[in-house]
Design a protein around this ligand. Sequence first.
Ligand code: KPL
Length: 327
Amino acid sequence: MRFEIVGGGAIGLLYGARLALAGYPVTIWTRTRKQAELLSDEGIELVAGGTIHTIDVSASPITECSRPVERTSEHKVLLITVKQPQLTAVLLEYIRLIAEEGDIVVGLQNGVGHIESIQHSLPGRIVLAGVTTEGALRHGLRTVEHTGEGVLSIGEYRSTSLTEASGDELLSQSDRMIRESRQKMLMNALSKAGIAIELSNEMNNRVYQKLLVNAVINPLTALFDVRNGELVHHPARLSLMKALHEETLSVLTASGMDDDGTSWDRLLQVCDRTSGNISSMLSDVRAGRLTEIEWINGGVCRLADDAGVNASLNRSVMHMVQAMFKS
Ligand code: KPL
């Protein structure tokens, strides 16, 4: 089994390094030639548990993937780790050249909408959703620091949109068995690489639970320019968190998420566990990069429209984050 990691951000480098350390062939597909050259020449520098490892990997700019990647008998797994704004139609065209029919493709983005786009662009591939709670921070182009242990949940995701059925329901029994055995091989490889994993048959729930956390923490930290832990210590911000959590929870339960009554406590735990973190949306705003707001709070608004429920607060925070940019 070989791994093709699309995206040289913190999670891409962390998983790439772990898998290569465990002996799997790994290629990192980057946005820039500069990063690909650095990774190929000097390897990934992984800082974990007080130790620094340098790990050899192969790397190429994804734009140089102009023809189908060499066919081998080995099964490939693609981990797509870029953020939502980078998962464009053009990038999906490149990914199509790397992923052969029958290969596993895992989408690890925040928010919603990405799995449907991947399924739509890559028919015949085994498309899975992934949600990770791993903490990782990239320093420079080739160094990644593992900042907190987490779990990677992987599994099949059922599109909620009737127009985006993946066709999986039409699989024959033998196709389904092949699919399951490849998923098991993937789980074994990830475990061998020391990645804590869970094969989940309730990925829609996992994706929605993560969406609920991101829909509250990300826009509010970006709007108030505060670290995750600072949100809860301000009474007015805490009230806004509560209101946004309530509204998002009602949209997600109307869209099929199980409400076990613990989501508010889990949200507070995430703020506490990541109290020193600058959220990904605040980092994007500070760096003047496009944010994931359209796939996080915008995604909640689309789900609300489909379910016929209110999402006015999600719409407002989405517009406020969009309004922080000049155009
Ligand atoms: O996933 C995150 C993000 O920043 O995108 C949280 C959980 C909010 C941690 O920072």
